[in-house]
Ligand binder design. Sequence first.
Ligand code: SF4
Length: 969
Amino acid sequence: MEKIVGLGKWAVIDIETTGISSLEDSIIDIGFLEFEGTKLARKFNSLVQYDGELSYFIQKLTGIKKKMLRQAPTLKSLLPDIEELFGYNLVAHNADFERSFLRPFFDKIDDGSTREQFQDSLYFLALLFPEKSSLNLESFIIDFNIAEKEQHRAYSDAIDLLKVMLTAVGVVMKRPVQYATLRSQFIAYGLAQEWFFSFLTMGEDALYQIADAIDYNLTESVEHFLEKERNLQNSKNVHLATGSVDKAFSGENIKKILQDSDNISQTLPGYKFRQAQVDFALRVGQSFKNKVHAIIQAPTGTGKTLGYLLPAMLFSKSEKKQVLVVTGTKTLQRQAQTKDVPAALDILQIKEREFRSSFLIGASNHLCELAFRQQQNDGDMLKATRPFEERFTDLYFEMVFFYNQHAGDDNFIAVDDLPYLFKKKILPFKKRTDELAVDYRTCAGKNCVYRQACSYLNGLINAQDADLIISNHAMMFSWPKSLPMPEYVVVDEAHKLEKETTSAFMIDVTSEKFHQLLESITHNYGIGSLYYLIANSKEFQDDATAIIEKIRNSLADLAPMIKGGVEELTESVELYFKKLPKYTELYWNEVPMFTKESSNDNLSVAILGQLDRLQSYLKGVEFIFSPYSSQFQFENFDSDEKKMAYAKFEVFIEQVHDLMVGLEHGLNAKEGYCNSLKYHQEFGVALESAPINVGKIISEQVLARSAAAVFTSATLGNVDGTSGGKGIEWATGYLYADPAKRFKTGLFLPPVFDYKNRTKIFLCDDVPSIHDNSFVSKTLKEAIEIINALEGRSLILFSSKARFEVAREILIGEFEGKIPIFIQGMGNNVVDDFKKAPMGVLLGMEVFGEGIDIPGMALQFVFVDKIPDLRMDHVINVRREFYEREIGNEFVDYYLSGRTRSLQQKLGRLLRTESDLGAAMIVDSRAKNWKGRTMEQFISLMRPYHIQRKNIKDAKVEIIEFITKINQA
Ligand code: SF4
């Protein structure tokens, strides 16, 4: 038997509590498995007596009922069992939670001997599976086929966590190179003393002994996971449909291909020919062929993605022109690259090697291995004396680069894929992420020894030769200089462009940016690189020490002034906002930025003075460094080290410059921009300068550079574009294009589904105000009758967290044990579970309702707690005025159509296939005040949905009748 070194006495532990605060909430369930080495020494599982109120949510989450707790042993009587763990290694997932509740018990018995050590499996599992963005326990439980979900009971979760850890090590042991790398890097980063290293290296026999002790079939689980991985790999090699397909780029041929249901359904089972899809594809083809821009609304069910991919691919092949497809989100971008493009190739009978598609994301979303290795050369990274979080961070990135070296072109880990939890919780992790994000200027390109596995460089190389580039909205505005932007473009999810353009062109100054600058000054980020350059430069050789000393002293004077200035500003802005009647601690507060001329109170005058002072401090920083920014030239450096050092220094200088530009803009509004001052209890101050005419920007940045750009979405205006479409023409820049360069009108394809006969949508305004305490209970009372009549099949959406939480308690209290309830945030797969359940209720927040796809009988009723609002940012108000002045009727085209578009997205859940049917109830007392014309415009914008105004009780009766009658038929 292998010798067990270092496991010692340990336990896997989990608790359930009445809430998340260790000061206010109580433990109600505790479970652990105690080990000595590989020997299971004790199992412990007990509920804990509790007489207080237990929310329905906790009861639902854990399955623990109030009466179970009344009969349970008291915490006092259980303490001796818990206290026996004093001095143990206590393994828990996200262990901060367990630590906060359990530590006080151990504190009380602290006799000076070795204390318990909480070991967080989050860190351990992240090192073994760096490709996983979500590290919650349930995602591992599901991935490893241990259970269908997390039980949220202490003992079973502790067992499941142990199974997860065993499987994780078992899987990694089957990958010898990764396993060896991991072990050697644990040692290299000074982490071999950590308890988890003992667990990782305990050896196969020991691993299986532990598995046997808990009756766990480890071999089967490891094999199952590896098999799943192999299958996933194989599924990427899309089967080539049989037959022959003409590759000509012509309208006739596109029609013929889409009419060939037999061919397409070999790749997309269930495919049905749709005229709307042909019309869509033909318009894309015409746009490219005739070099004219187009706008196309393609309602749900049109088959939009295939509709643009087929003509785009045929065009690219036959005309030898690159086509760019931009999606709304990076998730959709990955989906296009990994599923939609391979499917389209399959349909067209084109082999992957004959058509090159490339996946392009921004430089700063890639990770630079050379930068990582150069930091290691500093020697500091391997010091065992560094805090655990720093060493963990670097080992984690080591494993990320190991993964990226072996991943395919589309599977690499990007900055966006790194676990959000670490970015938020671990400061060195966030810092390292920023440092390693690729800066195109520092890339050593063909001189880099890591270039072969570099996702950034490979992305650019692939894009250069690609027939089709798949990218995202944000990239259009930060296109790599080294790569010509394709002249033929399809912009999907075009209704989101306004938001993306606003953030891409926003100029801002925030407390966070000032704190980052102070961090850089304190830790010499970028400044240290300048010292290195000065010390190694011929020009400064004799004076290097004196110069560096002078810079240090000047910064030492300025940094406290900047810090004090930011604190002063934050205090004044806080006072200013807290005087406003609408001040809220929950969200950002915002006012139009005042100027010297418009400020008429002491506080605003003080704020302007403080901003002025900050500006002069920044000028001081700029003054310190200006001799060196002008002295050194990037291209004159003779080594990569010096180039990299200069680029790091430039990043620091840009940080200063960015703040200066932000302050300059914030204090003196630039033409075409509007300024606002914001305050948030948690995030501090923001001074924002936002572009007003986004359409003009897109016309200059995208349309002017393109031979043909196609903008498409399922929700641009109403059904035929007679209402709302003009707002999109403006927001996409279409309105500014030369009329000879665009189709005269947008193409608004007819709905694929029978909305008139298969939906009933009621707007009920005879309800309490949304701010009334009784709003949720009174409106849900009627919805509950519908849910009961349909025996579930309902999606309930609330637009605020407070209302969502009240609704959650009501719905669980009403339906628990009768109709399954699925709640957003409660588990990883709520939507899938809801779809699979024969009947259920799905509760979520407003935006949750826009991103889910539930075809069939599982969903027949949608409840929406209000007509969605536009975010009333200052820039939105200014845009409305601008639109009215320069373009047309802002109320219909911009304001109301923005709201109806969002509502249509939610109602879009009802009909996903031709045989679906459903009803919706939108409750909003504000609609009572809508004058006749407004209501007409709202109803018109909502078409193809037929909105009926009804009192809530009548609406309820009609919905029940409508659905039950059709279901029975
Ligand atoms: S090729 Fe450029 S971005 Fe990639 S690792 Fe090397 S220096 Fe970094």
